[in-house]
Design a protein. Structure first.
Length: 366
């Protein structure tokens, strides 16, 4: 009995040893046991599609097949099934797409993609920055550049019926030379519309200020306006009250106009800052001292003069409105309104349930 008990553990030990030797002898067995589940490939099929499109675009671009390269780069940027490309990759692909579009004569699209790429120039190598900057200058010579500002800033801006996307302090867009229509809209405000003639190789600025939509009058007020009662003759002293109301209304309108000028000056100030930042990025702090940016610098000086003029007009209108309003209010002391006129009238009275006899009543106000 004791021999059988000792033989069982010995047999189990031998079987375990043999299985360990077999497992260690199989190639890669230990690696498969230790490999965690996270070791699976992390690159999705959609990401592989985007990377393959970029590779095909690079090959076509080096071979001078601009149309094929543009299609491949555009497919990589528009791939939405996988994780988005990194910002550096998107900037690089957009810049190469812009150069391909420039070679194909699509100057507006080239300017848009090159501008997006150069907005993230810190993520690009120096060599690519220089290539993209040269292409941007060449593309801007063939299109018109529009700086569109709107107040309030959260209003939607449409160019030729096409929305420009999320609200921004200043929208910078490139358009083909010729007439264009800019519209701004926002709930509770009346639409603002402006037409502009884009010039090849030149930039223009448009500022749209939306006015608050006037409330619709109540039906009773509208009926009274359509069917006014008989006109009452003016009494002595009413002239001062009429003039006072006209002056107060004029002062209120002037205050609204001055506020509008003030808002427009603030918007123009934002445009000036945006333009100055772009000139510094492209030419450095001393860009306006040379001849390379003479056109942009002259336009910047015109914007500054327009901003200062609108700001001065706002101050003048607000000061004049305040003085007129103060004069109108003070007139209540030195030119009081005329007292109410004494009136009298007769009203027929008929017999009723109270037993009173018919007659007339006299009503007077003084």
């Amino acid at each position: 009995m004791s021999r059988r008990r000792r033989s069982v553990p010995l047999a189990l030990s031998a079987a375990f040893a043999l299985s360990s030797v077999a497992a260690s002898a199989e190639p890669g067995a230990s690696d498969r046991v230790r490999a965690p589940a996270s070791a699976a490939p992390t690159t999705s099929a959609a990401d592989a599609v985007a990377r393959d499109a970029i590779r095909r675009g690079d090959e076509a671009r080096r071979a001078g097949r601009w149309g094929e390269a543009a299609l491949a780069y555009r497919a990589a940027l528009e791939e939405r099934r996988g994780p988005p490309l990194s910002l550096a990759t998107r900037a690089e692909v957009a810049g190469e797409l812009g150069l391909c579009e420039l070679a194909l004569g699509a100057h507006r699209d080239a300017a848009e993609h090159l501008r997006f790429s150069l907005e993230h120039r810190s993520a690009l190598p120096v060599e690519q920055q220089r290539r993209f900057e040269a292409g941007q200058v060449q593309a801007e010579r063939e299109v018109g550049t529009l700086f569109l500002a709107v107040s309030p800033r959260d209003a939607e801006v449409l160019l030729d019926g096409r929305s420009l996307g999320a609200p921004r302090p200043v929208h910078v867009v490139f358009v083909e030379p010729g007439p264009h229509t800019v519209r701004a809209r926002l709930a509770g405000y009346a639409d603002a519309v402006a037409g502009i003639e884009a010039v090849r190789g030149a930039s223009s600025s448009v500022t749209l200020a939306l006015a608050v939509r006037a409330p619709v009058p109540a039906p009773s007020a509208r009926a009274n306006a359509l069917h006014p009662g008989p006109a009452q003759p003016a009494a002595p002293g009413d002239t001062a009250d009429v003039l006072r109301r006209i002056a107060l209304g004029t002062a209120a309108a002037g205050a609204v106009l001055g506020a509008g000028f003030w808002v427009a000056a603030e918007v123009l100030d934002g445009v000036v800052d945006e333009r100055a930042r772009e000139i510094r990025e492209r030419g450095g702090h001393g860009a306006c001292n040379g001849a390379g940016f003479s056109g942009a610098c002259k336009h910047q000086e015109a914007l500054i003069a327009r901003r200062d003029g609108v700001g001065a007009a706002a101050v003048a209108v607000l000061v004049a409105s305040g003085a007129l309003g103060a004069l109108s209010v003070s007139s209540y002391w030195w030119a009081p309104a005329a007292p109410p006129r004494a009136t009298a009238g007769f009203t027929p009275m008929v017999a009723g349930a109270t037993g009173l006899s018919p007659g007339v009543t006299l009503q007077a106000v003084w």
